[in-house]
Design a binder for this molecule. Sequence first.
Ligand code: SF4
Ligand code: SF4
Length: 281
Amino acid sequence: MCEFCHKHGEGKKWYLRAGNYSEDLLSDVRRRKYIERFLFEPERLRADLEKLEKLDRAPALIREAITWALSNRQKRFHYGQVVPIEDLERILGFVNTVVRLPCICRKVTLGKERRYCYGLSISPGGGEFSRILGDVERSYLKGPDTSGFETLSKEEALEALREHEREGLCHTIWTFHTPFIGGVCNCDRSDCIAMKATVTHEFPVMFRGEYVAKIEPENCNGCRQCMKVCQFGAISHSGAEKRSVVDARRCYGCGICRAACSKEAIVLLDRTSVSAASNLW
Ligand code: SF4
Ligand code: SF4
């Protein structure tokens, strides 16, 4: 159970707690301003990425101290966690609305609008994320496609998320002013700044998932499809045994390898039940 589960989930998975999606939280002026700045100012994200690259070159002690301080600050505002598809399905079961919107990371890294992010909201009266952020919608989208946020049914959203999984993208869930949960993204190390920060620069801005993958050796034929899609380098292949194995210490529990395995040889275990990984977040 990650730190947020203790703090914002009342001892359960924090991202399954419906109150964390409430639009009451979004109507808080500070939170709303934070989201507006996040969406309006991609140049700030670009500058942050450049700072991370500079930080890599700093002496180890300075780098560790700055990373610790800034990562903890990040937890108060915009922090994420890897989430497998079954938990996303549970989340979609209780939210009121889902909208698909352009990914700010890809706007920065590719210079293009790519719709990989999903805003989620819930309120007693039936929430509507796109209505509340209507001003942002009009101002943010400057590209050729000006149709704004797309409202999806829950079924459409789940199918879109499954399609991202088939593309090899890792699902992540994000706070916008913790504990308000703004949405879900679908990430890879090439285009996602959060994954670059966490995995490449060792500057954590998201937790590992609540799970760890395990390959059942008797079902594995050693085809290595799982290795190709793992964004975290957590799978290796034994030439002698002709099968693949998961390094639990590197695994983020995204389940993307499972989606790629035609032999159904991969299962996700509760992280707390895997001693090698139970304290790694
Ligand atoms: S994709 Fe499945 S069958 Fe292929 S190596 Fe990985 S676990 Fe084994
Ligand atoms: S081994 Fe599987 S579950 Fe673990 S990080 Fe890699 S793709 Fe995700």
